[in-house]
Design a protein around this ligand. Structure first.
Ligand SMILES: Cc1cc2nc3c(=O)[nH]c(=O)nc-3n(C[C@H](O)[C@H](O)[C@H](O)COP(=O)(O)O)c2cc1C
Length: 329
């Protein structure tokens, strides 16, 4: 039997924070996670920034369940990226990931994120500076520090997708995640999985597929279209925390029953009840955001729950509301 694929949790600013990574990696099947981006502009950021965004750095860059966490940097200035990558490694980062896909206007105005994909030579310089800055650095176990990258297919068009991937390979990155859309395509379906295959054919790097892999069937279609088995899941992992387990179980020939919306709601309730450290206001905001994400995967059924919860003011009310939904189901 062929080895199981690498399945990873995607970086998602404002969503996939340390709490979410902790909760999701308590479910089986996830091989690594990536932090929300740390935006670097013109300065050496203090260590506390890295520890705040990635508290796992204090525990061998792993979640409580032992899943490695990669630290993502977002920027365009090679020297600044390099200096900050060194700070991140001193703080305990073992893998530094570079973001070449962020569509946010503020980031792109400064030439970072997806905007860099207009110029493969700049992509190369940014990545190479970080690779060089971390060359010969090792983690606490003596393993070399790796630099990885995540890219979209381009800024406005896919014309430079292969050139950018090859620039990243030439710069020495160890692995590449391809979100199969351009910046202009935002998050609009469909994701263009055929391009993941084209990128994988153009480089020798390990490539992970990303974008709209909501279900086992989506994953299987993406593998059929792209030939790429390793994959990264963002909104879909929040919508189905057991998706990695389902994919791996199916590949092992022992399929597990597909997740139901009620499983996710039950997990949500228990995470709310057991989290005593987060301010209630924050928990309410994050839970509503999570409920909204569920609508992409679970449609009307999730929308109905979101509608019932959207005006509630505290977690006790939200928990009660979801528990009623679970009882009536
Ligand atoms: C709210 C949100 C925040 C995101 N933040 C980041 C980020 O910090 N770094 C990054 O590389 N990608 C970020 N992304 C993109 C995701 O990692 C992923 O590429 C995208 O959502 C497509 O995958 P999905 O269909 O599985 O969600 C973000 C996406 C969303 C929806």
């Amino acid at each position: 039997m062929s080895p199981l694929p690498q399945l990873a949790l995607a970086p998602m600013e404002g969503v996939m924070d340390a709490k979410a990574r902790d909760l999701l990696t308590q479910q089986p099947g996830w091989d690594f996670a990536v932090t929300e981006f740390v935006r670097v502009t013109q300065e050496r950021l203090p260590a506390k920034v890295y520890h705040r965004l990635c508290p796992e750095l204090r525990q061998n860059a792993r979640t409580a369940s032992g899943v490695p966490v990669h630290l993502q940097l977002l920027g365009s200035d090679p020297e600044c990226l390099a200096i900050n990558a060194q700070v991140a490694v001193r703080c305990g980062a073992q893998v530094v990931d570079l973001n070449f896909g962020c569509p946010a206007k503020i980031v792109n105005r400064h030439g970072g994120g997806a905007r860099l994909l207009r110029a493969p030579d700049q992509v190369f310089m940014a990545a190479e500076a970080v690779v060089q800055a971390l060359a010969h650095k090792v983690d606490a176990q003596g393993a070399p520090i790796r630099v990885t990258a995540k890219m979209r297919l381009g800024d406005e068009t896919t014309d430079l997708a292969l050139a950018n991937a090859q620039a990243l390979e030439a710069a020495g990155v160890a692995q590449l995640v391809v979100h199969a859309r351009t910046r202009l395509q935002g998050y609009r379906p469909p994701a263009h999985w055929e391009w993941i295959g084209k990128v994988a054919d153009a480089v020798r790097l390990p490539v992970l597929a990303n974008g709209d892999l909501w279900t086992l069937a989506d994953y299987q279609r993406c593998v059929a279209v792209s030939g790429v088995k390793d994959a990264m899941f963002g909104r879909s992992a929040m919508a189905d925390p057991w998706l990695a387990a389902e994919i791996k179980a199916s590949l092992s020939g022992e399929p597990r029953p597909p997740t139901q919306l009620r499983d996710v709601l039950a997990l949500m309730v228990s995470s709310l009840l057991f989290d005593e450290h987060t301010a209630d206001k924050v928990k309410v905001m994050r839970t509503k955001q999570w409920l909204l994400l569920l609508t992409y995967r679970w449609g009307e059924a999730a929308r109905a729950v979101f509608d019932q919860c959207k005006r509630l003011q505290n977690t006790a009310q939200i928990v009660q509301c979801i528990q009623l939904v679970l009882k009536s189901d």
